[in-house]
Design a protein. Structure first.
Lengths: 453, 453
């Protein structure tokens, strides 16, 4: 119910816009689009098939172009950029914040970058070069160098006068940073504190020196975790000498959290979170082909196991009918354990210190499930084929395969992680290879020994 | 690489703690634990097996108990609460914010709730009752009634004096809200604006009336989307008469975004995002049994298809060896389409207006993949079994099953959504039922007609 209500709103916008586009009346489309925030326009463009997408992109206010480019996936961004001439691009991106511009640089044509650099003053050019010198996915890339700093040896009154002279504060400023003469980070002062203290209050009484600064080389995942765990709105970034370099704000962190969530959900299916819903067919098929090719390879592994037992199958066709159940149930059970482990690894909840206890728990769960479902399955098979020994074989095979599934579900992601691979991406393929192969092997093997031996 | 570095930190904490626990020296454990934020303590407790978990829980500073309870999943929370006596519980929760307390109420024993209600003043009691009157998962439950309001017909100076008198502001206050005499929401004033304008400036010149207020009945998903898309730090909540009721802040929204991401990743495997890594075995097995039982039922569907062709299999055992490949590849390809669709539906990018175009794109991708992989598969099968007609059959069956997979991948989630079901939860089961059943049917059917007919 809640799902439906929530969805109605965006879906309605989409339908309205789609109708207006179909009717060819671009005036209403333009008005509709430009009531949206850049992120909403980005979402809308992602939902439009090529053709319509270019039409709507042409109707977006030029001043929003840069922000919209920041809010779409890599693939869609490339297609939008390909649609703009260099002058438009320069105009779109030259007013962006330094950290946002650094995000886009890789996707811009060289001529546009040159033009943008020329249009900047020296200070901003140096800031951009600085930002680009940090590796992607680190705090250095995320931070904005635009911060307001004050000294400790002054009063609220002086700071207020300074701020009034300065005028506007950078977006999402909730704290001013207190620095030493050498620009070392000493602590922060909440805007709220400035507002609730008497003008004469000394600044050094208001300093909160509890918040740790973020190291410029910290990964964005760790930055996101700290923000989420500590309810931060912004945090200072320093270098190894504690010199204040910039500031990270929660809005950029929210984007990281959303990207990581998408990555986890999509990579289990071998997809990239930047995949465009409407990728050109030649592009989509090539990427998926790789994934399906890998899966085809592992499927052959399972197949060679079945091949070993072709005589048994020829003798008792019921084996061919029932073997997918044993393999498939192992896959389902293992996928459950894998999903729990991938989440645990992402949250840092799973490690060498508790892996053994987890495995033990999952083995017990698998044993009980195997005995329970095995009994049900055995009874059905008995009723169907009238062979009590066959039902004993399938019940035992199911139980054993669930034990293998639990073991693989715990150990495969841990091993991948230790080897530096992404457990969310490769875990599923390896797991189902184990559960398919072992499922066929155990069931057909037991059947051959017990029924046909 | 980045993954490893990030993970090191939490893993190291965990190992240190685990070692200290094993050694029985609780002093260091207590010190270690109480340097962490409540969210980090929550994460830590989730990662500890029962036994150790209770020990560490006992060492957490009493004043953090309430906040920690807010930061763990439902299951872990129940186990922690079961471990406390009523007095401890009352002390832990009575100082929480109203919105947080409302979150916990369902999990508290009645005696504790009575005690907490008695300890509150009338105003807070009414606020709590008010909060509980809104349905879960709506803005009403998320909001905090503690807001700072000002009138429009005054000056910066007067507001500053009022704030100094008032003292501390509620956490994460970045705006004051301007209300009418009847407490209707008129707009907001940034703290930054108060700091950067002259004392004599009239408040009504500083008002930002662009930010829409959130309706108290809005779903939390939609609230999260608006925050993320508009880079909000906080937003006002109003009733249907535009009366200001409270304020939602980004820290609570970040929790929602993380919960929803977990839901999407785990529900595809039939798991609940509140599942405890160390659920007691009897609990874990029961829940998983339901999911595996459903999968067992659908597996039988596919099995009955194979049963129809038992004579063909007896005649040509190669069919039994190869049939899992056709079914499995269909499942893999369909899961990719499903994952894209589930994300698109969650972001509101997919609807009736573009479903047809998406289906058409996916069918073309499936056709090319089917022909490409079918050729590879056909050649391998030819080399293996030396039967050209068998390779023709399996190549055709694969192509046809990929077309079914693409169709199911697009239509199943759309249909589930329209019927009010969660596409992330039920989509996978239905999809693999289609790809298994159709895979066996098409392959065995074609083989029977062409090879054995």
């Amino acid at each position: 119910m809640a799902e439906t209500i929530r969805h109605d709103r965006t879906a309605r916008q989409l339908r309205l816009l789609s109708d207006a586009l179909d009717s060819g009346r671009l005036g209403p489309v333009r008005r509709l689009v430009n009531t949206l925030s850049p992120a909403e326009i980005g979402n809308l463009l992602e939902s439009l098939p090529p053709g319509k997408r270019e039409v709507v992109w042409g109707l977006v206010d030029a001043e929003d172009d840069g922000e919209v480019l920041l809010h779409v996936g890599d693939e869609v961004r490339e297609s939008l950029i390909a649609d703009m001439d260099p002058d438009e691009l320069v105009a779109a991106v030259e007013d962006l914040d330094i950290d946002d511009l650094a995000d886009l640089v890789d996707d811009l044509p060289d001529t546009v970058i040159d033009e943008v650099l020329k249009s900047m003053d020296r200070e901003n050019r140096e800031r951009l070069e600085q930002a680009l010198s940090y590796p992607e996915d680190t705090a250095g890339r995320l931070m904005n160098p635009d911060v307001v700093t004050v000294r400790a040896d002054t009063t609220v009154d002086v700071v207020l006068r300074y701020l009034r002279l300065r005028g506007e504060l950078p977006e999402h400023t909730d704290h001013l940073y207190v620095v030493s003469r050498r620009h070392q980070y000493l602590g922060r002062i909440a805007l709220a504190a400035l507002l609730t203290h008497e003008p004469g209050a000394p600044i050094n009484k208001l300093i909160d020196d509890e918040q740790p600064a973020i190291d410029v080389g910290e990964t964005d995942t760790e930055v996101a975790r700290q923000f989420a765990d500590n309810d931060w709105i912004s945090a200072p970034v320093v270098d190894e000498n504690n010199i204040l370099l910039g500031r990270i704000t929660i809005d950029d962190v929210v984007d990281i959290i959303r990207d990581q969530a998408e990555h986890q959900a999509l990579s289990a299916a071998g997809l990239d979170e930047d995949e465009d819903l409407f990728s050109p067919v030649h592009r989509a098929f090539r990427r998926r082909m790789v994934w399906l090719g890998v899966n085809l390879g592992t499927a052959f592994l399972a197949t060679t196991v079945i091949d070993r037992f072709s005589e048994s199958i020829a003798e008792l066709v019921a084996l061919a009918i029932l073997m997918p159940i044993v393999a498939g149930m192992g896959g389902n059970a293992g996928t459950q354990v894998l999903a729990l482990m991938v989440r645990g690894l992402a949250l840092g909840q799973v490690g060498a210190s508790n892996a053994r206890i987890l495995l033990w728990k999952e083995l017990r769960v698998a044993l009980i499930n195997g005995l329970g479902l095995g009994t049900v399955l055995g009874l059905i098979v008995w009723a169907w084929f009238g062979q009590p020994m066959l039902s004993l074989v399938i019940a035992s095979a199911l139980t054993i395969n669930l034990l293998f599934a639990a073991t693989a579900g715990v150990l495969v992601p841990l091993t991948l992680k230790r080897l530096g691979f992404d457990p969310a991406l490769a875990g599923g393929v390896i797991l189902t290879t184990v559960t398919d192969t072992m499922g066929f092997l155990v069931f057909l093997g037991l059947a051959t020994v017990i029924l046909l031996g």
